[in-house]
Design a protein around this ligand. Structure first.
Ligand SMILES: O=c1[nH]c(=O)c2[nH]c(=O)[nH]c2[nH]1
Length: 292
């Protein structure tokens, strides 16, 4: 007969996206929240009596309930205190709560020095290149951009797609649109500066994705936004022959659990990256064929 000396239980990596809409200016955070409760529930371990266990599923739901209750923007430290206090105050058998949160470093977009109302990005993405030289010394130059994560909290929808017995997805005119752009383009002539051309491509891709800083621009699908991004890059840089864009659709699923107090109001989301939509296309100047 053994004695349980120490035990905890909780839920790890509860992903939550929270949007605060202050007029047309949106604030946004994405957190990965882990909760561990210390509680007097030894009989659950020793004799299979679950009567004192706060289910880890309820712990996960509570994260969303508390995120919903934060009606003003809050730091993750304050949120962790708010959440931890809830568990120790609500359940007499809970003697302690440890909350760990990692914040995904989404930062507001700036376009021409002006902060965008609802656009965010993660980092800057990487510049890549692939050069092939043939026996005569002629070079094919491909440049690319990898890992540029972009997100907008509004001005996106998806409607009018095939509806049949396999369809569950509702049609929406309001959703979060998030992606991680990968682009590869082929030069038909040498730009005056490859690095400057890369910067121009990156800025153009972002300008088209986000639209003007105050109003943004409506996206009816990732497909259409991707096409417009590629088209505008080729309009801006005549040296580019063709461009291939890959833009996964990183879904932010509305959290709607009215029975536990979370009625979705474009505020609390479950961010996912698996599975994700995969959208890609190659664009080429009308005269040529894409060699990407
Ligand atoms: O922009 C989108 N394109 C799709 O092809 C698609 N499919 C889906 O389920 N959601 C979306 N969104």
């Amino acid at each position: 007969m053994a004695e349980v000396v120490q035990h905890r239980h909780g839920k790890a990596r509860v992903r939550v996206g929270r949007v605060w809409r202050e007029g047309t200016r949106h604030a946004f955070v994405e957190w990965s929240v882990s909760v561990l409760l210390s509680s007097r529930c030894d009989p659950a371990f020793t004799v299979g009596d679950n009567s004192s266990i706060v289910a880890t599923d309820s712990i996960k739901n509570t994260v969303y309930v508390k995120a919903k209750e934060c009606t003003a923007i809050i730091s993750m430290e304050e949120f962790a205190i708010f959440l931890g206090e809830h568990f120790v105050k609500t359940y007499p058998q809970v003697t302690g709560a440890q909350i760990n949160i990692i914040e995904i470093p989404w930062e507001p977009i700036t376009i021409n020095g002006e902060i965008h109302n609802h656009g965010f990005k993660l980092g800057k993405g990487s510049h890549t290149c692939e050069v092939t030289i043939d026996a005569y010394g002629s070079a094919i130059v491909l440049s690319g951009l990898e890992g540029l994560a972009l997100l907008k909290t509004t001005q996106s929808g998806f409607e009018g797609f095939v509806r049949d017995k396999f369809t569950l997805l509702p049609e929406v005119r309001e959703r979060i649109l998030a992606t991680e752009v990968r682009a590869v383009w082929r030069y038909r002539s040498k730009p005056s500066c490859y690095n400057k051309a890369f910067e121009t491509v990156r800025n153009k891709l972002m300008d088209v994705f986000f639209g003007p800083p105050v109003s943004g621009v409506y996206s009816p699908s990732v497909q259409n936004t991707l096409y417009l991004m590629g088209e505008r890059v080729m309009q801006r840089l005549p040296e580019i022959e063709s461009i291939k864009l890959s833009m996964p659709n990183l879904h932010f699923i509305p959290v709607n659990m009215p029975t536990v107090g979370v009625k979705f109001d474009h505020d609390v989301y479950l961010p996912t990256d698996e599975p994700h939509g995969t959208i890609e296309a190659s664009l080429t100047r009308k005269s040529g064929h894409s060699k990407l």
